[in-house]
Design a protein around this ligand. Structure first.
Ligand SMILES: C[S@@+](CC[C@H](N)C(=O)[O-])C[C@H]1O[C@@H](n2cnc3c(N)ncnc32)[C@H](O)[C@@H]1O
Length: 327
């Protein structure tokens, strides 16, 4: 449960000594109860449409990553991390008017939203395997549902060690950091279709005329090291792109996280040299390639920060791919 994940209990003697230190709150289950309640309320409200499926708030292993992801995607405190990654992905779409964009692994949806903010008229198809992420994204982006503008959540309370002061751990984060007017503007000027399911299986029409070759851009953010079938993913990205000027824009690490393994099997952890060979093999030509240090989730004041080297590239589909097999 939530509470148990949040609180380590000091011994009575430790508690006694610490109580004499001025200005430092002692974190106990009791003192955290209002913060935990705020997190639970937010998640329950945002996922109410999933009922009778239990809210992610009933399981810390689901709830804590979502709360951290909310900082990344929908708080002012996530702005710097977003500028290191999302801004790079959005810029190459500039030449397109009202681009049709496919966004696999869209998480809590901020990148889809920011694409429409930057490119009026954009149509973004955002595909996300995790139903709770999908529902929270939809909730946050729907002006009529999003009644909690300026609600405060407390993701940091669930992170035990690595603080300079206990007060930092109690710091709240306001979500969402966009106004109702901006939500309405995006709703009126663009089109975001949220598809819940696994890419590419959730889009079986990619291989057909109906949907295949329909997208001006495929945008992948912290995603290409996630699907177990790397070649299948590359073929699907290529099949999605229009051969006339379509581009694939990527930014992310090569971490191949175990958390997205299927039946305990994760994608083969490719080094960049091998991944890029597969990308060429799948029928792409690189237009730009760079690497940059980047963080993923940064929690305000937390002493633990992880910076990874991330690969940015823009690639276009060749008219004749080197492979013959369809995915
Ligand atoms: C590392 S997160 C990145 C999320 C987002 N793109 C970002 O930059 O914050 C990877 C996301 O991909 C989703 N995911 C994993 N496998 C997927 C698949 N096969 N199809 C679609 N989404 C998937 C996960 O649920 C998660 O939200």
């Amino acid at each position: 449960m939530f509470v148990h994940r949040a609180v380590d209990v000091p011994s009575p003697e430790l508690l006694h000594v610490l109580q004499s230190l001025e200005g430092e709150p002692i974190i106990t289950a009791k003192s955290l109860a209002p913060h935990i309640a705020a997190n639970v309320d937010f998640l329950d409200e945002a996922t109410a449409s999933m009922a009778p499926t239990p809210s992610p708030s009933t399981n810390a292993r689901l709830a804590v990553p979502l709360l951290l992801q909310l900082v990344r995607d929908w708080s002012e405190e996530g702005e710097e991390v977003r500028s290191q990654s999302y801004a790079r992905l959005i810029a190459p779409l500039r030449p397109f008017r009202a681009p049709r964009v496919l966004l696999p692994g869209s998480g809590l949806g901020r990148l889809a939203f920011d694409i429409v903010v930057a490119h009026a008229g954009a149509h973004v198809v955002a595909v996300e395997a995790d139903a709770a992420s999908h529902v929270i994204a939809a909730h946050l982006m729907t002006p009529a549902e999003c009644t909690h503008a300026g609600r405060t959540i407390y993701p940091a309370i669930h992170l035990g060690p690595n603080w300079a002061s206990a007060s930092h751990r109690l710091r709240g984060v306001r979500v969402p950091d966009v106004s109702r007017e901006m939500l309405l503007h995006v709703q009126e000027t663009g089109n975001i279709s949220l598809v819940v399911g696994s890419f590419p299986d959730a889009l079986p029409h990619l291989a057909s005329d109906e949907m295949g070759r329909a997208f001006d851009a495929v945008v992948t953010s912290f995603f290409i090291d996630v699907p177990v079938d790397t070649l299948g993913m590359l073929r699907a990205i290529r099949a999605a792109l229009t051969p006339q000027g379509g581009v694939w824009v990527n930014f992310g690490p090569l971490a191949f996280p175990q958390e997205y393994a299927e039946d305990g099997v994760r994608a083969f952890p490719l080094p960049y040299a091998q991944l890029r060979h597969l990308i060429l093999y799948a029928g792409f030509r690189f237009l730009a390639e760079e690497s940059h240090p980047c963080e993923y989730n940064r929690v305000p004041e937390w002493l633990e920060r992880t910076t990874r080297t991330c690969y940015f590239f823009v690639a276009e589909p060749l008219s004749e791919p080197k492979y013959s097999k369809t995915f």
